[in-house]
Design a protein around this ligand. Structure first.
Ligand code: NAP
Length: 397
């Protein structure tokens, strides 16, 4: 049987992992034929003759069947991936930023050139969530999902909560372990989770949207008093990406830090692990847990995509072909905790449709109430480093 030739772009945390995994999996009947990198002066843990700093050497090589794109530059990745597809090559990518920002056109392009574009590693690392949404949940109507989809922030939050690391030390450790993006702002500001939410919305509901349309906040503004509040009330703070199908096929979706009850399975997803909780009409709730970041967990998802190309696997995007059309709707309410202890101006209760609790002592000020996501988007709280906001987790609201 013919060996599949792979052109690998990127030889960092994931790229090097994929190189070793492919080399050590003879049953894959595939080999890494060439590797494109950026800097030619680095020492590499692979034979020198494989490397080039000219990506065209891969894209124009007619003997290469599959391009595996694993670089940390979303703009360059978009150029390489689209060119590879136009040159008739199948593409495997883990680049959630690039995918979330270009998914509708990438869907169209792969169809036009009759090639596969697979990206299991772009969401929740080693958890096979995209393939499951595409295949297993093909006909079972999905009502909602909640995901811890960013391994780096989950690692940071766990280290701060359990090992009492400072925020800075926890970020440094996440980078050292290879869990963080080369630009950690993507992780800690919730942008990466938002990109993944965007991809999940496509495969869960067939909803085409852009990350800019989705409300998101990360963990950078969280304060020690928030952790103390969580401990006192038996909550764990988790960064969650959530989506629910409400009446009229309205989709409610957002990324925010949440207070999750310690009794809930999501609160037990620790360190770089990810967890995705799905709610569907027939199977009810299912919870998938697995490593969401790191060299080999991410390589396992890439390996699975490469392997599926042996039987010409393609995403069918069946949800977007169904008769139901879903709409993103931001006019819905969540229960929110807003800590403004270090803020110059107090927060007015008028922003909330209902207030449950308000504390205004000398040392601490917070308010808990219901607020609409639309209204929250219009306020400047999310960009104010002196305000931390945390939603309360409730089952599929
Ligand atoms: N790390 C994870 O746990 C994880 C998990 C899921 C998904 N991902 C995704 O996987 C991708 C790779 O992440 P990573 O952590 O492996 O990144 P990384 O360790 O920073 O490595 C990036 C690699 O890309 C190469 N590169 C950058 N720009 C390039 C360009 N224009 N042309 C050719 N090569 C270029 C770099 O070359 P040099 O070596 O020459 O600098 C480097 O080898 C990203 O999209 C990331 O979001 C990562």
């Amino acid at each position: 049987m013919k060996q599949t030739k792979i052109g690998l772009i990127g030889f960092g945390v994931v790229g090097e992992g994929v190189y070793h995994v492919v080399s050590q999996t003879p049953s894959l009947l595939a080999c890494i034929h060439k590797i494109a990198i950026k800097q030619s002066n680095k020492t590499r843990n692979a034979p020198a003759h494989l490397f080039t700093n000219n990506v065209e050497d891969l894209l124009e090589d007619e003997s290469i069947d599959i391009i595996v794109e694993l670089i940390d530059d979303a703009d360059a990745a978009y150029v390489y991936v689209t060119k590879a597809i136009r040159n008739g090559k199948h593409v495997v990518s883990a680049n959630k930023k690039m995918i979330a920002n270009h998914l509708p056109e990438l869907k169209k392009l792969q169809h036009e050139y009759n090639v596969s574009f697979l990206y299991e590693a772009s969401v929740a690392g080693s958890i096979p969530i995209i393939r499951n949404l595409e295949e297993y949940y093909d006909n079972d109507f999905l009502k909602a999902f909640t995901g811890i989809v960013n391994g780096s922030t989950n690692f940071i939050l766990t280290q701060m909560n359990e090992n009492k690391l400072s925020y800075t030390d926890a970020v440094t450790l996440a980078q050292k372990e290879g869990f963080a993006e080369s630009n950690p702002a993507l992780d800690v500001e919730g942008i990466d989770a938002c990109n993944k939410l965007c991809i999940l919305l496509q495969h869960t509901f067939g909803l085409n949207t852009n990350p800019n349309n989705l409300l998101h906040a990360g963990i950078t503004h969280l304060q020690p008093s928030d952790a103390a509040f969580a401990n006192k009330k038996n909550f764990t703070i988790k960064l969650l990406a959530r989506a629910t199908c409400a009446a009229n096929n309205d989709i409610h979706a957002f990324v925010l830090p949440h207070f999750v009850p310690n009794s809930h399975a999501l609160s037990h997803v620790r360190n770089e692990y990810n967890g995705v909780l799905l709610s569907s009409t027939l199977s009810d709730q299912q919870f998938m847990v697995g490593k969401g970041a790191g060299r080999y967990p991410t390589s396992s998802a890439v390996l699975s995509d490469i392997s599926s190309l042996r039987y010409q696997y393609k995403y069918e995007y069946r949800k977007s072909k169904s008769n139901t059309t879903y709409h993103l709707e931001n006019n819905f309410t969540i229960k929110l905790y807003v800590n403004y202890t270090h803020c110059e101006n107090p927060i007015s209760s008028h922003a909330f449709s209902q207030v449950y609790e308000k504390l205004e002592s000398v040392n601490r000020q917070y308010i808990i109430g219901d607020i609409s996501i639309q209204h929250l988007k219009e306020l400047d709280w999310l960009s104010n480093p002196n305000i931390s906001i945390i939603a309360f987790y409730d089952e599929f609201k």
